[in-house]
Design a protein around this ligand. Structure first.
Ligand SMILES: Nc1nc2c(ncn2[C@@H]2O[C@H](COP(=O)(O)OP(=O)(O)OP(=O)(O)O)[C@@H](O)[C@H]2O)c(=O)[nH]1
Ligand SMILES: C=C(OP(=O)(O)O)C(=O)O
Length: 223
């Protein structure tokens, strides 16, 4: 459990309504896609809450089931800003974080990291020594984490090509070889297979068991 007085980072985790999230999983997992999106978010949040460098986790979402699940494990929920999109949601969460936890830096963390290990997140956070630092995703073009030191605007530029956009805006990439679980965001079925190889959290593992049951006929459901 983090020491709430000294832990230096407040995390902001954005979660799109899971009825419409993770669209690139729809063809492989037509029945279980919303449940997978929800499970990724809860496993990501649970791992983040375990890091001793994390003062608080704020989940920016309008999804009522995600909101209930992450509240139950100790995160705080910030309602999404209608129509603001991902970067708008992050700016909104960052403003809330700065007001509620002054003196802590603010970190945007993607919610689709079901293999996230608290120890690897802690290593990544410990390496954030620049004004703004970021972690490049496994494919090498996106971003899974963006950190801003206390008092420094987060200035999130998530979206296609965000690694280049963050570097171009002055953020420093974290080049650690040992943070594979922080880099493994899941957008496609191949990404999910890789995350399962790394070892996913319990919520995602439960949904994957249902999916496997469906695939072998045990559950009598489609994937
Ligand atoms: N709160 C909030 N989170 C968002 C929004 N758009 C994306 N996200 C979250 O941002 C993270 C990265 O987004 P994507 O990987 O594109 O996720 P996605 O939009 O569900 O996936 P695709 O449908 O495949 O693009 C995920 O944690 C999403 O839940 C938004 O408008 N509001
Ligand atoms: C929004 C992003 O993620 P994805 O490529 O997973 O949509 C990003 O990498 O900035």
């Amino acid at each position: 459990m983090a020491d709430l007085q000294v832990a230096p980072w407040t995390l902001v985790i954005p979660v799109k309504r899971t009825a419409i999230a993770k669209s690139r999983l729809a063809s492989a997992y037509p029945q279980h896609r919303p449940e997978l999106a929800r499970a990724f978010a809860v496993d990501t949040t649970a791992a983040a809450l375990e890091s001793p460098l994390v003062r608080a986790v704020l989940v920016v979402t309008d999804d009522p089931v995600v909101a209930a699940d992450v509240t139950a494990i100790g995160a705080r929920v910030v309602p999404d800003l209608a129509g603001a999109g991902l970067n708008g949601a992050l700016e909104h969460g960052a403003a809330f974080a700065a007001a509620e936890y002054p003196g802590a830096g603010v970190v945007a963390l993607s919610a689709d990291l079901p293999a996230l290990r608290a120890s690897e997140l802690t290593a990544a956070l410990a390496a954030c020594t620049a004004d703004r630092s970021f972690v490049i995703d496994e494919p090498g073009t996106g971003t899974t984490m963006l950190a801003a030191a206390p008092g420094v605007p987060l200035d999130p530029r998530f979206g296609v090509g965000s690694a280049q956009a963050h570097e171009g805006s002055g953020a420093v990439p974290i080049a650690l070889a040992t943070i594979g679980s922080v880099r493994r965001d899941v957008d496609t079925a191949a990404d999910l297979a890789h995350a399962v190889q790394l070892g996913v959290g319990p919520r995602t593992a439960d949904v994957m068991s249902l999916v496997m049951g469906a695939a072998t006929g045990t559950e009598g459901l489609a994937c």
